[in-house]
Design a protein around this ligand. Structure first.
Ligand code: HEM
Length: 496
């Protein structure tokens, strides 16, 4: 019987911790309903167990449940209650009242520290104000030379695939997008095949995978257990390369600055000059003394995290959708002919506002495949929503994909129909119905960058090639971002 004593002590301790946790975040008077299927003490923890394909299905079930329950549901993971929200207005309220990110974002901290994406609410406002000018329209316009150069490079890179049947276009879009973001964020040209550059490309991919693995294996969330894992060793190796790159570039800029007291603009194609984010921020830090080297590095690394996988994946989905809908692709092509004529000229900034159908295609692609489908916020106070009150201290997951699949989009909610964006009357009567870049105060800072680079790239690629594909074969998984597991093959033919 003596062996039962330690077990009993353990159980009592667990129950006591459970009780303390519950007490630390008490329910409000008007809690949203729990999704069905919870077990005593464990709650819904078993539902979350499984691979990332399973996790995506579970999240979709939660979204359906939320529609049927006034836009919000709760689930429990042991003693913790977490909320899941699909109502667009409630999501808007939460994004404006609760600026702190959920602890899960800490997984990105080893790389990007306290950059904008992960910044705590207490410092976020100052940082955002500081960085906003680096995303001004004038700075973005300066990137048009880079976007055109990179788009032409993608057209050239795709050439060997013409007429060869299905191929994986992701490998092309991801390399191209990483080169573009590194050029605009750091002023480093990754088409120069130096050892540091090629190591960097591999390390970026590797660390994004590590974050996804850690996210899925909840026992690796704690820094204590993570410290002893093999994944940590891999992460350290990646971080060494990633931080070394940013530090090297910062050092280079310092020398350039010390020699001339100003950083020169960079050139990609003759006559087109631009200032990289790194240079803009470096000048700010010298002028106003507002950031040290570590902070500078964190901001630049955050641009790369925010801008690389997102634009690359959106481009991949969009080409696949266009390949699956030849009539839409033809309409885009006709618009390109009207705006750009028959010449092979560069896309200019004033062309972009005229490519309205192309923009509709991008929005529809982001609606069906929102790359950041779920955001996490930590509630620092009770939050009053339309139907419920959420309790302070809890985690709240904003199911952005749930807004995009909401019944308010009508019977064709699951169809790819860019035409809906051409007539405001055919869109839901709600300003928060489209949330691919998030909503509220922490909305994506790179939205204009994303549209400008994606439109320029698509314009070049689509006037040269005709795509064929089948997006219905896609199987999706949730790995922090929304990614396909397979079936994203396309084939291309040259337009004559
Ligand atoms: C189609 C492409 C993109 C999509 C769909 C997208 C989506 C998003 C979303 C959903 C968020 C909110 C994240 C959260 O609250 O957890 C976000 C934030 C952010 N994005 Fe983007 N993004 C895109 C492109 C970019 C680009 C190109 C950059 C930079 C060059 C960028 C930089 C950022 C940053 C720094 C934040 C944090 C903003 C803040 O907290 O103030 N994103 N993005």
């Amino acid at each position: 019987m003596a062996f039962l004593v330690p077990i009993l002590v353990c159980v009592v301790c667990m129950l006591f911790s459970y009780y303390l946790w519950k007490k630390s975040c008490p329910d409000t008077d008007n809690e949203p309903p729990m999704v069905p299927g919870g077990l005593p003490l464990l709650g819904h923890v078993l539902k979350f167990m499984g691979d990332s394909i399973h996790l995506w299905r579970v999240l979709n079930d939660f979204a359906s449940n939320s529609y049927a329950n006034g836009g919000v549901v709760a689930a429990s993971v042991g003693p913790r209650t977490i909320y899941m929200v699909t109502d667009p207005d409630d999501i808007f309220t939460i994004t404006n009242t609760s600026l702190d990110k959920d602890d899960i974002y800490d997984l990105g901290r080893p790389w990007i520290g306290d950059g904008l994406l992960t910044a705590r609410a207490s410092t976020w406002k100052i940082k955002r104000k500081l960085l906003n000018p680096a995303f001004s329209q004038t700075v973005m316009d300066g990137f048009m030379g880079v976007f055109n150069k990179q788009a032409r490079k993608l057209v050239k890179d795709l050439e060997p695939e013409v007429g060869k049947g299905p191929f994986d276009h992701w490998t092309y879009t991801k390399h191209n997008a990483l080169e573009t973001i590194c050029l605009t964020a750091m002023g480093v040209d990754f088409t120069d095949h130096t050892i540091l550059n090629s190591q960097y490309v591999t390390a970026v991919d590797e660390i994004l995978k590590i974050i996804a693995v850690r996210f899925r294996k909840f026992w690796l969330h704690s820094d204590y257990t993570f410290r002893w894992s093999n994944v940590k060793k891999k992460q350290d190796a990646c971080l060494k390369i990633l931080h070394n790159m940013s530090d090297t570039v910062i050092k280079r800029r310092k020398t350039e600055f010390d020699n001339n007291n100003i950083l020169p603009e960079r050139t990609t194609i003759p006559g087109k000059k631009f200032k990289a984010f790194m240079d803009l921020l470096f000048e700010l830090s010298v002028e106003k003394g507002v950031m040290n080297d570590r902070e500078l590095r964190e901001h630049v690394d955050t641009m790369i995290v925010g801008g690389y996988d997102t634009t690359a994946t959106v481009l991949m989905y969009t080409l696949l959708l266009l390949g699956s809908h030849p009539e839409v692709q033809e309409k885009v092509y006709q618009e390109l002919k009207v705006v750009l004529g028959d010449s092979d000229r560069d896309v200019e900034k004033h062309d972009l506002s005229q490519l309205v159908y192309l923009e509709a295609v991008l929005k529809e692609s982001l609606r069906l495949y929102p790359i950041g489908p779920v955001l996490g916020r930590r509630l620092d106070k009770n939050v009053q929503l339309k139907n419920y009150t959420l309790a302070a201290g809890r985690s709240c997951f904003l199911l952005l994909f749930g807004i995009h699949k909401h019944p308010m989009w009508g019977a064709d909610v699951d169809q790819f129909n860019p035409d809906r964006w051409m007539d405001p009357a055919s869109l839901p009567d709600n300003p928060n119905a489209f949330a691919a870049f998030s909503l509220g105060r922490r909305i994506c800072i790179g939205k204009t960058y994303a549209y400008m680079s994606l439109k320029t790239t698509l314009a070049h690629v689509l006037r040269k090639y005709r795509f064929k594909g089948d997006h219905t074969q896609l199987e999706l998984k949730f790995v922090v971002l929304l990614k396909p597991t397979s079936g994203y093959y396309v084939s291309i033919e040259e337009r004559l």
